[in-house]
Design a protein around this ligand. Structure first.
Ligand code: ZN
Length: 147
């Protein structure tokens, strides 16, 4: 098991059952991406796109994800940045830094949604704005859909 230094990307509509290693699968329909942790541990990493989650940057050739991916809930605790299809390994964060980061995320999300995070279904939808539900809000049985 080796740490990847580069990933490929693939635009897809639905998440495939089998994920190839070192590949970022991007679904614009679901505004999310998924990949196997690039440390090689095999854990699935879901990165929904939203103003308070991740931003996908596609320059026509390569993709970047902003901000970094911190897999703190996995045993490997990998932390890396995907930049122009390169894997830039970052430092391990202390539990204190992780807690601060999570609190920041929660705050940003609550501010953005203006709603109780426990009830995503009640988020008001502005006319003309199509809200996409991040994949990780869906129950597992719904994630593999429409086949
Ligand atoms: Zn890992």
């Amino acid at each position: 098991v080796t740490r990847a230094r580069r990933i490929e990307h693939e635009f897809i509509e639905f998440i495939p059952d089998e994920l190839a290693p070192n590949t970022l699968y991007i679904s614009m329909a679901y505004a999310t991406a998924i990949h196997l942790c690039v440390c090689g541990c095999g854990h699935r990493v879901v990165t929904p796109f939203s103003p308070t989650d991740w931003r996908l940057i596609f320059d026509g050739d390569t993709v970047s994800l902003d901000p970094s991916v911190g897999n703190w809930s996995f045993p490997c605790r990998s932390h890396y940045v995907l930049k122009r299809n390169q894997v830039v390994w970052a430092d391990d964060w202390s539990p204190k830094m992780i807690a601060a980061g999570r609190a920041r995320d929660r705050h940003a999300k609550a501010k953005y949604l203006g709603a109780d995070m426990g009830k995503p279904a009640t988020v008001p939808v502005q006319p003309g704005v199509r809200r996409r539900i991040p994949l990780w809000w869906l129950p597992r049985w719904l994630r593999r859909s429409e086949r």
